[in-house]
Design a binder for this molecule. Structure first.
Ligand code: NAP
Length: 356
């Protein structure tokens, strides 16, 4: 096996950052060598900062990792590949600056997702959009690659086979989103316990715009977004992890629930032969039981990387409707970024490629 390459993790003390540190522990291709956080945490040992957060998962991290000192994004970083779990406002300046210094940034943040020169990638769906990096070469010596919003990942993965087989004409989606999707500190317990919050700032706009870029066609150096409207309603619910989506779809070539279920069940995605370590055996799983998917029962399917779909049925207003469940912290964030980093490695965006 080729030697592991060093990676840095920016935003390492956040909800997504800690999951990324866990997923990187024992990773066959990457060694987590540097960690960063805000100026208020910089200089502290990573383990001490996590202990303050009562972060239960720190037990799975190695002593060497917990002893690393946190640094700010604008300090020097040695690793060619940096995984970013920064909030959007911090990512805007920091990721451009780091790409300017020649790093490849694989980012969870929304800041550059809709930039026409920045790939917004779900490897199983649109790995070819990495071609956009040619356009970035004029802007900076490094590169920025992004993964979608956590709810969008579930929606776009479920729509991908439908768009491929029938064409998507219109979508309505209502989300029930777990608390960890809000990061820290998140909504106050007093506001959320026994309650539902019917607004998540910026979320409906992301659901209305990111899927079209992801399902768009890459041609002549550009992504031509798919053309369908998405009407989204988003809600924060008192569930720890997992976003459940109620989706209705109008198809360009009308089809019944059986045909739609068959398209969903047979979807494999375009990276099966790359053997990326974080790729699940099945990217979509259609569940037969009317009571599923449920966050507590189904979010960890495929180590959190499989999107579960259920209750595929006729829609009275559009064509078909179904439920989809995505683990917001794994397939929706940390696992998504790691899979993108693996794709970047095999495609030679960083470190020369030829792995696996
Ligand atoms: P979070 O819990 O608030 O964590 C933010 C992290 O960024 C912390 O490590 C924080 O360090 C660090 N940070 C904050 N301001 C900084 C600055 N100016 N410079 C350097 N570091 C800074 O957020 P999160 O939920 O993990 O989300 C991280 C990113 O992923 C966001 O862009 C979010 O939109 C995106 N995302 C989140 C999810 C999810 O399910 N949570 C899903 C998809 C995408 P300190 O500890 O020092 O404050």
């Amino acid at each position: 096996m080729a030697e592991r390459i060093d990676v840095g993790l920016i935003g390492a003390t956040g909800t997504v950052g800690v999951r990324l540190a866990e997923l990187l522990s024992g990773h066959p291709w990457f060694r987590l060598a540097e960690v960063g956080a805000s100026a208020s945490s910089a200089g502290r040992a990573y383990g001490a900062a996590l202990a303050d957060l009562a972060e239960p998962s720190r037990g799975s991290l190695s002593k060497d990792l917990l002893d690393l000192h946190l640094k700010t994004a604008d300090e020097p970083w040695a690793s060619p590949l940096l995984l970013s779990a920064l909030p959007g406002n911090a990512a805007l300046a920091a990721e451009e600056e780091l790409a300017g210094r020649g790093h490849v940034i694989v980012s969870n943040a929304s800041s550059y997702r809709m930039d026409p020169a920045v790939p917004l990638i779900i490897p199983e769906v649109n790995a070819d959009h990495l071609g956009l990096l040619d356009a970035q070469a004029e802007r900076w010596p490094g590169a920025i690659v992004t993964n979608p919003n956590c709810a969008v990942v579930g929606l776009a993965l479920a729509l991908a086979p439908l768009h491929q087989v029938f064409g998507v004409g219109a979508v309505t989606v209502t989300t029930l989103q777990g608390v960890s999707g809000a990061g820290r500190p998140g909504p106050a317990a007093a506001d959320l316990l026994g309650n539902v919050l019917p607004f998540i700032a910026g979320e409906e706009e992301k659901l209305a715009s990111e899927p079209q870029k992801i399902l768009g066609e890459y041609a002549n150096g550009k992504v031509h977004p798919a053309e369908f409207p998405v009407s989204a309603h988003t809600h924060r619910v008192p569930v720890a992890h997992g976003h459940l989506l109620a989706v209705s779809v109008k198809l360009k070539r009308p089809a019944g629930p059986e045909e739609v279920e068959a398209a969903l069940s047979s979807f494999e995605g375009g990276i099966v032969d790359l053997d990326l370590p974080t790729a699940p055996e099945r990217v979509l799983r259609v569940l037969a039981d009317d009571e599923r998917p449920q966050p507590t029962l189904d979010r960890d399917r495929g180590a959190g990387m499989t999107v579960s779909v259920g209750r595929v049925r006729q829609c009275e207003t559009l064509d078909v409707k179904f439920s989809a469940l995505v683990h917001n912290l794994i397939r929706g964030a940390a696992g998504a970024a790691l899979l993108n980093a693996e794709l970047c490695l095999v495609r030679g965006v960083v470190g020369g490629g030829d792995r696996g």
